[in-house]
Design a protein around this ligand. Structure first.
Ligand code: FMN
Length: 175
């Protein structure tokens, strides 16, 4: 893949919130998980975990925990990507809190892009009640849910979302 193909791949992904009732195959699910495992992590500790949710009742409960965002029940699979504080704090102490969140975030990014590579659709979902998600999934105390990644087959929006100009983000040499 060259620069231009990679840019095309990235810039043609968009968040999808309207899904067909079609499950992911086991192969697709495992592909997404395998891709996540290639992500870098602080000290290679891989301080992230994921709960793969396919049951409709659980997705409905997660949708409610996500303030009634219906794509969470509409998408056939929800990858609940979590930071594992014990894994990173055992080596890095307080700094490990930030590392675990970064590890989970990059793992989730890889999953999102893996779904895109497999011609699936996704929506990264960060707005949810953490305590409610904890209770639904019986998460241990040292596990923090960071993102609900909805994945399925759906209807992408007609137009891509816009972005700021690169110059608005970038500072060179000094702020
Ligand atoms: C950290 C984060 C949190 C997000 N939370 C939500 C969310 O709760 N609900 C939702 O519908 N989309 C959510 N999104 C998706 C963004 O709205 C979307 O990525 C952004 O509008 C750009 O659109 P695009 O993904 O189609 O390019 C989130 C994305 C990120 C990265």
């Amino acid at each position: 893949m060259d620069f231009s193909e990679f840019f095309g791949f990235l810039s043609h992904r968009s968040s999808v919130r309207d899904y067909r009732d079609e499950p992911l195959t086991d192969k697709e699910t495992e592909y997404i998980l395998d891709c996540a495992c290639t992500a870098p992590s602080a000290g290679n500790l891989e301080a992230w975990d994921v709960v793969v949710v396919k049951e409709e009742d659980t997705r409905a409960a997660l949708a409610e925990a996500a303030y009634d965002q219906q794509h969470i029940v509409g998408a056939s699979t929800i990858f609940v990507v979590c930071a594992n504080y014990v894994r990173s704090m055992s080596r890095y102490g307080e700094r490990g809190i930030l590392y675990a969140v970064q590890d989970a975030t990059i793992a989730c990014t890889y999953m999102m892009l893996a779904a895109h590579a497999g011609k699936l659709h996704s929506c990264w979902t960060g707005a949810f009640d953490e305590d409610a998600v904890r209770e639904i999934l019986d998460l241990p105390q040292h596990i923090r849910p960071v993102a609900l990644l909805a994945v399925g087959r759906g209807y992408p929006p007609a137009a891509l979302t816009e972005r700021m100009e690169v110059g608005e983000h970038v500072h060179r040499e000094i702020w």
